[in-house]
Design a protein around this ligand. Structure first.
Ligand SMILES: C[S@@+](CC[C@H](N)C(=O)[O-])C[C@H]1O[C@@H](n2cnc3c(N)ncnc32)[C@H](O)[C@@H]1O
Length: 460
């Protein structure tokens, strides 16, 4: 459920830095295996675990540190494939992947990261006579010698079986393209802070500096760079002229259409990705409330608000969506955004662990919470005001079903608005190609963004 914009493996701090180039060998394998095990407990996202581990002493060398991260993410993206391959090498009958069993088995995790290890980093094992390195080399050689046999579909597409079935029902023939896009690393998308800079100026500065920066195809403030482009020394980054934000998130902020002088609520603000975009659209005027139930996220939001130069943001940690302090805002707010807690299955490019964390029961729980939050947030909207519901899920249970149940339950008090019209008004390019049945619907294999859904209503 965590979609923080902390620099991830796709962000500017993704590639480890340093001068130490000693080989990784067995130490790297051990570390990657331990990180895989920890990632599958879902207490912290793998990029956070990786960053912590690489801060400590590990003497892996620059390439070794990068290889550990690459192997960890490659393992999580294609877990069924590695599990299947390992069984075949060992001569076992392939069994369905059981994540809970896998995470208790450090040897299996070691084998999986060895199989997922980037090819160009394998030669470092040759100079390491530790048993783990030799075992990894033997395992890879045995896997390479296996005759290619057709893989079951869920294994081929790197998806748990239940999710494979659900997504196939939603996208049909496009499933292979969607599955491939979800396993590809995401580019580095940034949003230019309209309070401080213009997109054209940042683009020319970066092109002059040799960075392959291009304008994002749809969002008016977006810039796209290849994954892991190092930005730390770029003045536009240092001075807060840009923020890391997927183009899809930028389009959700555009759908809210916040204007100067308005009162706006970001009900599930988290660490503030969309709050910052809304604040820039409001040109730092009016009042922007940022709510969340996790105070630590709002703390991070406050740091980012300062960096972005916003002074009209009011964070408030809620006990839950029915916090009594919300009553004083009832019926008074011009625009309310519910960027709901969700499965995050649209963000598998950055968070491949989420497909192993969720199952149909967690999706049903998420949908019930989404309904409650949307109902509570809707009470704040003034007559004539706008309500926007958004998720980064691909599943209709968290998207269309929640929106439809809300529209029906409010019996005509909230009128659905056409997302294509709203996005066109917000100067989004080709808005018609981003919408399905009146809602914003973004797909990684079609639009090159994370997967998102968003729908808007006007209160009568
Ligand atoms: C999808 S994330 C928000 C991401 C954020 N808007 C951004 O753009 O970076 C959903 C957020 O909802 C928060 N949340 C969970 N339950 C909530 C509730 N009952 N009321 C308000 N926020 C809640 C979570 O803590 C999480 O930060």
């Amino acid at each position: 459920m965590n979609r923080s914009t902390r620099a991830s493996r796709a962000g500017p701090a993704g590639r480890p830095h340093g001068r130490d180039t000693a080989p990784a060998g067995a130490k790297g394998l051990e570390l990657a295996a331990r990180l895989l095990q920890q990632s599958l407990h879902f207490r912290q996202p793998p990029d956070a675990l990786l960053a912590q581990a690489l801060r400590g002493p590990q003497r892996l060398g620059v390439r070794g540190r990068a290889a550990v991260g690459d192997a960890l993410f490659a393992a999580l993206r294609d877990l069924p494939r590695w599990h299947h391959l390992r069984a075949r090498v060992r001569g076992d009958a392939p069994t369905p992947l059981d994540v809970q069993r896998l995470r208790e088995d450090i040897d299996a995790c070691g084998d999986i990261v060895a199989l997922a290890w980037p090819d160009d980093a394998v030669p470092v094992w040759g100079s390491d006579d530790a048993p783990q390195a030799q075992r990894a080399l033997a395992l890879r050689a045995a896997a390479a010698a296996l005759a290619a046999a057709p893989l079951p579909d869920g294994v081929r597409f790197g998806l748990p079986d239940w999710l494979y079935q659900r997504l196939r029902a939603v996208v049909g023939e496009a499933l292979p393209a969607l599955a491939d896009a979800l396993r590809a690393p995401a580019p580095l998308d940034l949003r230019v802070n309209a309070l401080r800079a213009k997109r054209e100026a940042v683009l020319s500065e970066w092109c002059a500096a040799g960075l392959p920066a291009v304008a994002t195809p749809y969002a008016p403030w977006g810039i796209r760079l290849p994954a892991r482009t190092p930005l730390q020394t770029q003045p536009a980054w240092v001075w807060g002229h840009v923020e890391v934000q997927d183009e899809g998130s930028q389009l959700i902020a555009a759908l809210v259409g916040a204007r100067r002088g308005e009162t706006v609520v970001d009900f599930c603000a988290g660490a503030g990705g969309k709050t910052l975009a809304l604040g820039a659209e409001m040109r730092n005027t009016g009042r922007l409330y940022a709510f969340d139930t996790v105070a630590a996220r709002l703390q991070r939001l406050q740091e980012r608000v300062q960096r972005a130069g916003l002074t009209h943001v009011h964070p408030m940690a809620l006990s839950d969506e029915s916090d009594p302090r919300l009553q004083r805002l009832a019926g008074k707010i011009d625009r309310v955004l519910v960027d709901a807690p969700c499965s995050g299955l649209g963000t598998l490019r950055r968070h491949p662990e989420l497909k192993w964390r969720h199952d149909p029961s967690t999706i049903a729980q998420a949908a019930a919470l989404q309904q409650r939050i949307l109902q509570a947030a809707a009470r704040l909207v003034r007559p004539g005001g706008r309500l926007v519901y958004a998720t980064c899920s691909l599943l209709p249970e968290e998207n269309e079903a929640v929106a439809q149940a809300f529209t029906e339950s409010t019996r005509g008090r909230f009128e659905p608005l056409d997302a294509c019209t709203l996005l066109t008004q917000a100067r989004v390019t080709d808005a018609h190609s981003l919408t399905e049945q009146g809602a914003l619907r973004l797909w990684p294999h079609v639009h090159g963004t994370d997967g998102f859904y968003a729908v808007a209503w006007q209160r009568r």
